[in-house]
Design a protein around this ligand. Structure first.
Ligand SMILES: [Zn+2]
Length: 285
């Protein structure tokens, strides 16, 4: 009997925080963030119609600005998880500042969901040598920001040492499960156009080409590595446009025909932890 694979359909509800983090705080970019909140009801409808549980990674700033939408997400049964306060690139913070951001945001999300927050994703998949320690202190069960594998959650390490003059020294496995992501499975670089004094992102690719690429990655997992986990990252302000929503719905219906189940990142992490406990030889990358 072939093992069922899992797909985590996740949303980074960055809203206005993303633009403020880039110091783009004039009404134009702010309105692009506002659109993320505008798109939440249609995303929730699409998920509800298909019975798909999801994880929403929400900056504390979004949770305080759009509390009603975050309550709707929680009431619909989706998981709320950490994503910075104002989408800070964590590598610009010292350890204590990163800890303050994570703890403050955890309190905000817990007050909305009424539950402890157990998952974490860094803004822009940025990461520091302290990140795992900080979220472990908080009691997080998993992180979803690293790219060490594609379909295989693993125990995230801490204590790595890098030196360009000698072999890389891997640290030790923590008890935080990493539910891996990839820029290739993220709508933002495929679709979003950004021009700022600091950088330009061309985006605006074909949404159908993007979903065909996503589909091939899910297909490979089901055919060659069944039992795996494939994590997709969407942004309400990117995927929430009308034509893109139709493409998202078509994609979700298409992969639902494959031998997969839709799970939250927390459920994927918990299943992985059980598997890894039985198979400690494969507990590290
Ligand atoms: Zn984000």
């Amino acid at each position: 009997m072939s093992k069922k694979s899992s797909v985590c359909v996740t949303f980074d509800f960055d809203a206005i925080s993303l633009w403020l983090a880039r110091k783009m705080d004039t009404p134009g970019p702010v309105s692009r963030g506002e659109f993320g909140a505008h798109a939440i009801p249609r995303i929730l409808r699409a998920l509800d119609a298909r019975g798909i549980p999801s994880t929403f990674f929400i900056p504390g700033h979004t949770a305080e600005t759009y509390r009603a939408q975050c309550l709707d997400i929680a009431r619909a049964g989706h998981e709320l998880a950490l994503h910075g306060y104002c989408h800070e690139p964590v590598s610009t913070l010292d350890e204590n500042a990163e800890r303050v951001v994570v703890r403050r945001s955890a309190d905000i999300l817990a007050a909305i969901s009424g539950k402890d927050v157990l998952g974490h994703r860094t803004p822009s998949f940025d990461f520091t040598k302290s990140t795992i320690r900080i979220i472990q202190e908080l009691g997080c069960e998993y992180d979803s920001s690293l790219m060490g594998t594609d379909y295989t959650p693993y125990f995230a390490r801490s204590g790595d040492l890098s030196n360009r003059d000698s072999a890389y020294a891997f640290g030790t496995a923590s008890d935080v499960i990493e539910v891996p992501v990839s820029w290739t499975l993220d709508d933002y670089p495929h679709l979003e156009f950004v021009r700022s004094p600091a950088f330009t992102m061309s985006g605006l690719k074909s949404v159908n080409d993007m979903f065909e690429s996503f589909y091939q990655d899910v297909l490979y997992m089901t055919e060659r590595e069944p039992g795996g986990v494939c994590t997709l990252t969407f942004h309400p302000q990117v995927i929430g446009r009308g034509g893109r929503m139709l493409a998202l719905e078509t994609f979700l219906d298409r992969i639902a025909e494959l031998p997969i189940e839709f799970v939250t990142c927390l459920d994927a992490a918990r299943s992985a932890r059980q598997r890894l406990a039985k198979d400690p030889l494969h507990s590290a990358v």
